[in-house]
Unconditional design. Structure first.
Length: 340
């Protein structure tokens, strides 16, 4: 028997076709996003942008959890309410990214291993005190000539399981994110094979280290053609391959699979999620999107407070489109109808 608190948290995050807003860009990553819209990445601009997202009226109807970065969980809204408290007051579960980033793996050129286990127990305790009830750790797997190696998959899976065990001990639901990157020239079949190996290694370690899968969420890539592959699989093929692949390696005990968008456009990420839900599986199949929920909002905002309302509308629209995709009820028609 496990912890009811963990089960309740996991269930709340993906209840009623809801998904997750990944707003946990590190200071380096958000700078890249701000550079693209010509906004200086100051602490106040980062706070103002997260304030815009988290105070969007009604977004809680479609978003069950928000992942924050260390700086963000310590910041407050314009009215001085700490962000974690603001989110919880709307019924949105506050989450926190706890890895410290993917580093080059010694002895394995082209491969990465994610760091952040040292001192993690104490950090999790602090984050729980700040209101976080779930966490995220991202492993990065690269497809290339002779990679990923089993050594890279095993090292990342081991770290993911150690992180997950510490989270569950601290009362936080671990989001286990082994991301197979989508930007190479590989076919969908190669993505399937690498995703299978990655998930197999990950669940082996989760099992070995006694992780309670009922209190865990999986955040994977879709099984998809690499961005530079000349033969791009259509949504129906992506959906069937993703569900078939996961059926072979992801236990039904996992209450929710929340996909990352991984560089897909906003509409692509929605369309593919919708197709995946039309196939369906034994888990809730939802989203934990960063770029695919924020791209339009970010450009609409452009750092100008006069654009906050329009940017919030853009964010709300994407959140609603993705919740429709979780229900398998999205269509190009509904996307157009609301955009028009
Ligand atoms: P994207 O949806 O932009 O891939 O980001 C999700 C995320 O949190 C990656 O860790």
């Amino acid at each position: 028997m496990g912890s009811q608190e963990l089960y309740d948290t996991a269930a709340a995050i993906v209840a009623d076709d809801k998904g997750i807003l990944a707003a946990d860009e590190s200071t380096g990553t958000i700078k890249k996003r701000f550079d693209a819209i010509g906004v200086e990445s100051t602490e106040e601009n980062r706070r103002a942008y997260r304030d815009l997202l988290f105070t969007t009226p009604g977004f809680e109807d479609y978003i069950g959890g928000v992942i924050m970065y260390d700086e963000t969980i310590r910041q407050s809204a314009d009215d001085s309410t700490p962000f974690a408290e603001l989110l919880a007051s709307k019924g949105v579960v506050p989450g926190i990214k706890v890895d410290t980033g993917a580093q080059d793996m010694a002895g394995f050129p082209g491969e990465k291993v994610t760091e952040g286990l040292d001192g993690l127990r104490a950090r999790l305790e602090e984050y729980y005190g700040l209101g976080a009830r779930f966490a995220k750790w991202r492993a990065v797997i690269t497809i290339g000539d002779g990679i990923p190696t089993d050594a890279c998959l095993d090292a990342n899976a081991h770290a993911l399981a150690r992180y997950a065990a510490l989270c569950q001990e601290a009362g936080l639901v671990p989001i286990v994110e082994p991301e197979v990157l989508m930007d190479a020239d590989n076919s969908l079949e190669v993505c399937w094979e690498v995703t299978t190996r990655t998930l197999h290694a990950t669940f082996d370690e989760l099992y070995e280290q006694g992780i309670d899968l009922h209190g865990t969420l999986l955040k994977p890539n879709m099984v998809i053609s690499g961005k530079k592959c000349p033969d791009q699989a259509p949504p129906e093929r992506i959906a069937q391959a993703t569900v078939d692949c996961f059926r072979g390696v992801v236990p039904a005990a996992v209450p929710g699979i929340v996909f990352l968008s991984g560089g897909q456009s906003e509409v692509e990420a929605t369309e593919n999620l919708n197709a995946i839900n039309q196939v369906g599986g034994p888990w809730r199949l939802s989203f934990s999107y960063g770029r695919a929920l924020q791209a339009s909002a970010l450009t609409t905002w452009g750092g100008d407070s006069a654009n906050v309302e329009a940017a919030q509308e853009a964010f709300l629209h994407r959140a609603r489109m993705n919740a429709l995709a979780v229900a398998g009820d999205w269509s190009a028609g509904v996307e157009q109808a609301v955009t028009a």
